[in-house]
Design a protein around this ligand. Structure first.
Ligand code: SAM
Ligand code: SF4
Length: 336
């Protein structure tokens, strides 16, 4: 790092950047996207070179962990060029981890190359092991292709963590099937509470809401859970299952219990920096980037000004049986 690190007004060091590289996707998961999506015109998107400049500026400011997401990151044309260029920060030691969150559909094609570049872990989203239900929830996805992608990632030597959105009446009955399936393959599993985003109305969203404390209670009917002290600085809490040794995560973005240790910010594919997952405030970093093609100083200044506005916490609240603090933006835009 060549410059003073990023510290927000609440003395939290910001060392983790999530970057959405596209708003597009080859799936249309019902909780994430509408079936007929209008995607952004190309000129709005950061080019691969701009993404490189942007991420490199953050790395220069002490960001040590970069998670690439979307939309579906692996459908962005030329994305491997971007991963290749980011790998130089791994080689230099500036970046400790380069990783991605993917739906797995393109991993058969890219897993070997990603692993060779130094991507050691990958998060793959999978809500069900039932082919028909998979087709329903993703609208466009095919389960065998994703399972093959997961296999490819493991063959390439990457650690796979499965992310499952907990959906009432949808995958409640697969809780143990999913846990066993992951245990059999040496994969950790993290459950995500569904968030009030996307196009479904509030009522639908509440219908789908399966609180993770209920999920965990169900899990404990069969397994002994051991709390892990591990703090990732994010909304995940982890336990180990005594019987399988497997790590199970619970992501509850609607609770406030993690904000005090929040170490991350999110960059959209158009170069907007969101300082908090649950707040609308953002900073346009594309403008200073494009206005000064040869000089990163204005960009760095804009990043610092944005971090100085990072709020203490967020506003989601399901508690009164209505969705408070509902976000109009999509997960596919900000990146999950
Ligand atoms: N396409 C990639 C994928 O599906 O893994 C990366 C982007 S996706 C937006 C990142 C994560 O957000 C996925 O695990 C997805 O299940 C989750 N997600 C999307 N919409 C959500 C919502 N409304 N509530 C909770 N999680 C959501
Ligand atoms: Fe695509 Fe991921 Fe959103 Fe599903 S959750 S529609 S795979 S971006």
């Amino acid at each position: 790092m060549t410059q003073a690190p990023l510290i927000d007004p609440f003395a939290r060091p910001i060392n983790y950047l999530r970057v959405s590289v596209t708003d597009r996707c080859d799936f249309r998961c019902v909780y994430c996207m509408a079936e007929n999506m209008t995607f952004l015109p190309k000129k709005e998107l950061l080019t691969l070179e701009e993404l490189d400049r942007m991420c490199s500026a953050f790395v220069g400011l002490g960001v040590e962990k970069l998670r690439i997401t979307g939309g579906e990151p692996l459908v962005r044309r030329g994305i491997m060029t971007f991963f290749e260029s980011m790998a130089r920060h791994l080689d230099s030691g500036a970046l400790r981890e380069l990783t991605l969150t993917t739906n797995g559909s393109q991993l058969r094609r890219f897993a070997q190359d990603l692993a060779a570049l130094g991507v050691k872990r990958v998060n793959i989203s999978l809500d069900t092991l039932d082919e028909k239900k998979f087709a329903d929830i993703t609208r466009w996805g095919r389960l065998p292709q994703v399972l093959d992608g997961i296999e490819a990632a493991q063959e390439a030597g990457m650690r796979v963590k499965i992310n499952t959105v907990a959906l009432k009446g949808f995958n409640e009955d697969e809780l143990f099937t999913l846990v066993d399936w992951c245990a059999g393959r040496g994969m950790d599993l993290t459950f995500i509470e569904v968030m009030p985003m996307g196009d479904l109305g509030n009522e639908d969203r509440l219908d789908q809401y399966w609180p993770l404390k209920d999920l965990r209670a169900r899990l404990e009917e069969r397994f002994t859970t051991i709390d892990l002290a591990e703090n990732t600085g994010g909304p995940a809490r982890y336990v180990r299952l005594a019987e399988t040794g497997q790590k199970i995560g619970f992501i509850t973005p609607l609770t406030h219990n993690f904000c005090e240790s929040c170490n991350r910010v999110r960059l959209t594919c158009t170069g907007e920096l969101y300082m908090c997952l649950g707040q609308e405030d953002m900073a346009d970093l594309r403008a200073p980037l494009r206005a000064h093609p040869e000089d990163d100083a204005p960009l760095v200044e804009a990043i610092r000004a944005a971090i100085a506005r990072k709020p203490r916490g967020h506003d989601f609240d399901y508690s009164r049986q209505q969705v408070g603090g509902q976000m109009s933006r999509h997960m596919s835009h900000t990146g999950g």
